[in-house]
Write a protein that binds this ligand. Sequence first.
Ligand code: HEC
Length: 133
Amino acid sequence: MKNKLKYWLLASLFFLLGSCDSNPYGKGMKIYNKHCAVCHNEDGNGLQGLIPPIRQSDYLVKHQDDLACIIRFGLDTTITVNNVIYDMQQMPANDILDDIAITNLINFINNAWGNEGKFVTPKKIKADLEKCE
Ligand code: HEC
């Protein structure tokens, strides 16, 4: 009887573990696919000459502290990403994404498609956003 109980406990533990998101960046990925992929593409490669890539983007690496502001307020300047100039299209603002959503999103982007960015905390994102709010 005791063993049976142990078995059930173990089985329910595995069930619980199994139902957790197996991808630690799953939340960020969903936000990306919903709000960003339409332009930057699911593979992060953008659209040649029009929309810059965020996969292996040197701009992304250099502007880590500006990312939260770019995501919230968009971007409308001339930028150079991996030696290509982008000035034709503007990136729209995203005012529905709160600080936590932006944190999850950045952690996904920083670790997707071979990117090797840092892990960011909601505290850092809040501080970054204070610069542009
Ligand atoms: C309507 C199309 C569009 C959508 C949607 C969009 N972007 Fe952009 N994004 C752009 C364009 C165009 C630029 C370049 C803007 C410029 O030249 O000023 C850009 C620039 C960027 C950059 C800086 C350049 C680079 O490639 O590293 C990042 C990072 C970025 N976007 C991330 C995101 C994220 C994250 C989302 C989702 C919240 C998103 N974008 C949604 C069009 C879009």
